[in-house]
Design a protein. Sequence first.
Length: 302
Amino acid sequence: MRRRPSKIAHSPRVDPTHTFVTQHDMRFDTSVNGGGHVNSATSNHSTTDDLIRRIRTIVRQKRLLPGEKVGTERALAQSLQVNRSTLRNALSRLEETHEIVRLIGRGGGIVVSDNKLVRHIDTPDSLRDMARRQGHRIESKVLSASLSAPSEADRRHLLLPDGTSIYRISRLRDMDGSPFSLEQSIVPADLFPQLLTKDVAPSLYSVLTRIYCVAIKTVQETFEVAEATFETANLLNQPEGTPLVRVLRSATDTHNRIVEHSVDLYVASKVRFTLHSNEFVRLSMLRDKPRVDSHQPASETR
């Protein structure tokens, strides 16, 4: 009996090199979709985005308000089970969008932000340095600077004798390209000859310290609520009547001379003032006692 030939399906011959390339491509495609090795740049970006979402969720669930602390970097890294290097990438992104601020030193940590500049009044850091760490850019320009005779109020603020002159300096600060504060300072002219030839726009205190070797010992500041007048509102690019924070400031050097008195006006919606102190004194303890100068280092926000 004659056998019929069996029907056997033969696979087409495949070039082994082509097979290797195809398999390699398939492995790569699979890894991108979730398995195997993932491109490091894509992985880091994905991890950062995921961390940002998780941090935002923490803020939302805890109902944290601006100025409240999310936690320290170490504690947050442990809670989210990520290394601190990866966490810092996410925190940097959140700082760029002004959602958080990272504060250093005692009492520091990751703090919820609402795009206001946090102005610390218990630190010698300059306003520009504070702004830079918080992701803001501060620029200053001198609106006017003149040598003039002091008014009665000027002599009282600077404790000047009759016949002396003062420098009157007005500066405008912008934060991120928008008017932020108006600062009007008076300085004894006899202590700082040729002061108006110096660049006082970035920092008046820096000029007094570097060029005239003045060491600021104490600073006294008084904070008040004010409304923008027509002239001030125009300079700050705000509607007339806009809420402002007015800071009256006097600085004394190591020779107990008042070297500057100023009136600073901040747009209230753009700034938050903070103070960290471990010591509290009852006002009743200060009655009928001589005033004791504070040894708190002066802030170079001038």
